[in-house]
Design a protein around this ligand. Structure first.
Ligand SMILES: NC(=O)c1ccc[n+]([C@@H]2O[C@H](COP(=O)([O-])OP(=O)(O)OC[C@H]3O[C@@H](n4cnc5c(N)ncnc54)[C@H](O)[C@@H]3O)[C@@H](O)[C@H]2O)c1
Ligand SMILES: *[C@@H]1O[C@H](CO)[C@@H](O)[C@H](O)[C@H]1NC(C)=O
Ligand SMILES: *[C@@H]1O[C@H](CO)[C@@H](O)[C@H](O)[C@H]1NC(C)=O
Ligand SMILES: *[C@@H]1O[C@H](CO)[C@@H](O)[C@H](O)[C@H]1NC(C)=O
Length: 418
């Protein structure tokens, strides 16, 4: 078990054992009075210290009861890229946050940053657990009073999903079912679900609206579509408030430089374009490979819709505010504007001020020419629209964090040192 100041990392029952351990002394045993007093004093000091370190000082735990005016949000995958940014925003908005993550892909460093920003009792707790373990999930729900769930935890690389599909059906579809069952059993009434434009597959018409038929073409998109279907079927006979957000390509990081995107080095091979671009700028990889220059697009390279994580998180907050019992909302979250890979590469060169080497290669199978969203519905219904639409600016923000965190969250160099 990992342990942090003021962080509840263990279930209540096991945690209280450590405090109870002070009772072990045998009262019948004779010993000198001074020694006894000293011992008692040191135990008292230790006890007070432990209480001060523990949010459960306010017993019962603030996390275990509903509090009027405070929304307690369970953020699954909150140690990950998007989940950590969402947790930061929720905390800033005075919500109570519980992060559940098994750190298979996320970073404990991100959780530490959040802990340091919000150390007060009852603000943030981190629970190390695997959502694939129904017993652990049930326990978490029975010991905590959640008002809403933002379910980010997943594995999320298209390429990897074609190589290891079961991992995707397990960690996306099956785990969503487990979370949903626990929510139903404990009457947690609001779910914000992280879905993806990959559920649409290769639509014939652009832009993609929420009505565009979903025909996913890889296990990642299929697993997410199945999870959506499970949620929607369940919803038909329930009062749950459900919001399904289908993100397009997520980029950027916290404008104040507190959080960033730091995938495990072994995941680099599956890399997304922004990560690859920064790796190339840092010389970790020799350059960028642009696959396909003969698509029927303006400059021949593929077109995608890049959404800044700050805007994406804002969409979650708006979805949470507008979620209504018995209602379901499905929204595309994108800018509505397509950018070519060439444009992206140029923006990345400008943001990093590195003349990244670019190789142009033939098309890669499975890539489609053009994908971008029609974000009209989310504007009409949630009053959300992308604000951070300058690609270069978003990449500059992310690059600043990347430069000062060469090893991700493991070492932090002062921001000014470059
Ligand atoms: N990044 C994108 O461009 C993008 C686009 C569309 C949708 N999404 C979706 O957004 C969500 C978050 O993606 P991300 O980019 O932040 O990924 P990420 O890998 O950074 O974060 C996912 C987190 O979930 C955790 N996790 C995975 N399996 C778990 C399990 N069984 N138990 C507990 N924790 C587990 C990981 O440790 C990690 O911290 C995912 O659902 C993803 O499908 C992402
Ligand atoms: C995370 O969860 C998966 C199941 O989804 C499990 O197989 C894996 O071992 C866990 N990883 C860690 C580091 O606990
Ligand atoms: C996902 O599920 C598989 C089992 O199918 C497991 O081995 C793996 O560790 C899980 N978690 C991740 C992050 O891959
Ligand atoms: C919509 O959001 C804008 C800010 O983004 C705000 O100024 C405006 O008042 C909002 N409109 C409604 C109807 O809530």
């Amino acid at each position: 078990m990992l342990n942090f100041n003021r962080t509840r990392t263990q279930p209540r029952s096991t945690r209280s054992m450590s405090l109870g351990g002070i009772d072990y002394m045998d009262p019948k045993k004779k010993s000198n009075v001074v020694g006894k007093i000293l011992l008692a004093a040191s135990f008292t000091a230790l006890f007070i210290l432990m209480l001060k370190q523990s949010p459960t000082f306010n017993s019962p735990s603030l996390f275990s009861q509903h509090e009027p005016g405070v929304t307690h949000v369970l953020v699954t995958g909150g140690a990950g890229y998007i989940g950590s940014h969402a947790a930061l925003r929720l905390l800033k908005d005075s919500h109570r946050v519980t992060i559940v993550d098994n750190l298979s892909r996320g970073n404990i460093g991100a959780v530490k940053v959040l802990q340091e920003l919000f150390p007060e009792p009852g603000r943030l707790q981190f629970i190390y657990a695997d959502l694939g373990d129904p017993k652990a999930v049930k326990k978490i729900f029975s010991e905590n009073a959640f008002d809403a769930v933002m379910h980010f935890a997943a594995v999320a690389y298209v390429g990897e999903s074609t190589v290891d599909p079961l991992k995707y059906y397990h960690n996306i579809t099956s785990n969503t079912l487990i979370v949903l069952e626990a929510m139903a059993a404990h009457g947690v009434s609001t779910l914000i679900y992280s879905s993806t434009c990959a559920t649409y597959g290769e639509p014939k018409q652009m832009p993609i609206t929420e009505e565009t038929p979903q025909h996913p073409i890889n296990p990642y998109g299929k697993a997410k579509k199945m999870a959506e279907d499970i949620i929607l079927d369940f919803h038909k006979n329930s009062d749950m408030a459900v919001m399904i957000l289908r993100y397009f390509n997520v980029i950027g990081s916290d404008p104040e430089g507190r959080l960033g995107e730091a995938p495990r080095p072994e995941l680099r091979v599956h890399g997304r374009i922004s990560g690859a671009c920064f790796d190339a700028a840092r010389g970790i990889i020799p350059g960028l490979k642009v696959t396909g220059t003969d698509y029927k697009t303006l400059d021949g390279t593929c077109i995608r819709d890049y959404i800044d994580v700050t805007d994406l998180v804002d969409a979650h907050v708006k979805a949470l505010e507008k979620a209504k019992p018995g209602k379901v909302g499905i929204y595309n979250v994108g800018t509505g504007r397509g950018r070519s890979v060439n444009e992206f590469v140029e923006a990345c060169k400008a943001a990093t001020r590195v003349n990244i080497k670019v190789d142009f290669l033939p098309r890669r199978p499975g890539d489609y020419a053009e994908v971008f969203s029609d974000p009209a519905k989310i504007l009409t219904e949630l009053n959300w629209t992308a604000q951070h639409t300058d690609l270069q600016k978003s990449l500059e923000v992310a690059w600043r964090w990347q430069k000062s965190h060469r090893n991700g969250y493991e070492t932090t160099l002062p921001m000014a040192s470059y």
